[in-house]
Design a protein around this ligand. Sequence first.
Ligand SMILES: [Zn+2]
Length: 494
Amino acid sequence: MSNYEFIMKLALERGFYFPSCEIYADAPAGFWEYGPRGVSLKNKFIELWRRELVRRDGMIEIDGSQIMSKSVFVASGHISNFTDPITKCTKCGSTFRADKYINEKVGLNVPERLNDEELDQIIKKNQVKCQNCNGEFGKVNRFNMMFRVGIGPAQEEAYLRPETCQTIFVDFARIFKTMRGRLPMGVAQIGKSFRNEISPRQSLLRLREFYQAEIEVFCNPNKLNNISKFDEVRDVVLNIFNGSAYDQVTATDAIYKGLVPNKLVAYYLSLLMEFYSKTGIDMSRTRFRQLPSEDRAFYASVAFDFEVETSIGWLELVACNYRSNYDLKGHSSTSKQNLEVVDPADLTKILPHIFELSMGIDRSLYAILEHCYFEDFEHENRLVLKLKPYLAPVSVGVLPLVNRDGLSQKADEIYTELKQDFDAFLDVSGSIGRRYRRLEEIGTPFAITVDRTTLENDTVTVRDRDSMEQIRVEISSLHSYLHNAIRLPNNLRS
Ligand SMILES: [Zn+2]
């Protein structure tokens, strides 16, 4: 079984995630639910994101609507540009995303920016045929990936947002004013976005409805090297990949060597590195891939993808785009509102530029699960999710050694006390070894065992998931013991 398949099996059987509407035959692809373990992992991941990015940098967080007016997407360019090239079989009607299909069948690496005629030529030249019936393809045309919705009885045209950031752009003027903004100002948002993917697949990796954690940094384009916080990250090592070679350099050297255009970009890429290094992802298998112009999104002038190596290839977790003033310019001219602000530092009036960190939460969670999954062949082939204690869905299991002699009653008391402050889980059924395994599989870092000694001296054993060592802890100090063992220590920061 591949690692991907193992994680899939674990997700389905242990309540991390599973397909939406699965009891119905017409369940659409590309929609997944988080089960109880998945929700807990996701919430803790988001809390880490808040702590290490939003609070650390002093950003502002908002929570906007998912349905937005047509004008927003006229201004943003999504109505005309947010399209994928598709090609339809003239014989059986199967439809494919043209560029991806060519890449798969011909083994070419077609850039995302080719136009329809160029794609037609490649299909013709390489005699690309339908994989279902060997039929000929018709001409390539465009499919807009936004979900259109109709509002009210008049079915007024609106769209589910394809990226959360549009809310931030549209709300910018009010936020800047009410929060007495200064540039650079980071505005963050967690929420759902919607894309009508032509071929959703691989569970959480290509979804039609997905979670984003986006950060939009509004900045003065004349002061991109005037970033006082840069000193905090000057020695953070960035692994920059230009498509053929790697450069492992400190943030300072990345600027000096021209790999990163300015301090502002280097600072936020470094924050991102520091954030992910606390998620349990193996950082030696990550990189910032610098995108050549033909692969960048239509609004980006500088772009890096933060990517993680997994069993199914390199996975993009965060798109880091320098969007210049594309967004505010578009919204300003479409809405006829002046979105310029006065930079309080020197009282100049400017239309801010934007650098964004657009994170896929679902993909990040998948990468964490895969990188933390561990087969311990030395100990009965136990399967362990070595999640960071502060990300584990269940923090502590409470287990009576046996189900008699008053042990389960004592375990119940301890569980009742702990669950007020911790994600605790009481498990009374099955052999103690089996119960340890079940906890390890979902990444529970600690297991408390209540045994006969507990009744004599009010101590329990606390078992560590990774070392499997057990120590005796007094019940009265259990709370502070767990608190210290589970929280993210402050001094982890380099
Ligand atoms: Zn066909």
